[in-house]
Design a protein around this ligand. Structure first.
Ligand code: AMP
Ligand code: ZN
Length: 110
């Protein structure tokens, strides 16, 4: 999609600190981390938020998540967050899963 930041990162048109890539997904470090480990996992195709996520891409996202958790040594614990819409705190309208870890995450979130 034109003028979508994460489409451009997914297509390697804008640089990011890449951590994982396969045919359907890409993961990179959040530019403004809120935890010692803060990774964004995106589908390469443009999907606005999780409500538009199709089964094939969902499976690819989940498979990528499992690999990233092993790669980044997050087995002791982590959090996955996906913000949806203005009220949900979404600011980039291309689906992304925040993978947060490296400290005790606490509950409820602030
Ligand atoms: P959200 O508010 O859930 O839409 O999350 C968007 C996230 O994208 C925020 O945590 C930002 O820090 C992050 N972000 C924005 N621009 C970039 C970028 N160029 N590279 C990496 N992360 C980014
Ligand atoms: Zn996009």
């Amino acid at each position: 999609m034109d003028n979508c930041l994460f489409c451009k990162i997914g297509a390697h048109e804008i640089p990011a600190t890449l951590l994982f890539e396969d045919e359907k997904t890409l993961a990179f470090r959040d530019i403004n981390p809120v935890a010692p480990t803060h990774i964004l996992l995106i589908p390469k195709i443009h999907i606005e938020n999780i409500l538009g996520l199709d089964n094939t891409t969902a499976l690819a996202m989940h498979s990528a998540l499992q690999k990233i958790v092993a790669q980044e040594n997050l087995e002791k614990g982590f959090r996955v967050v996906t913000n949806v819409g203005d009220m949900g705190g979404q600011t980039v309208f291309h689906l992304h899963w925040h993978i947060l870890g490296g400290r005790h995450m606490g509950w409820p979130p602030g």
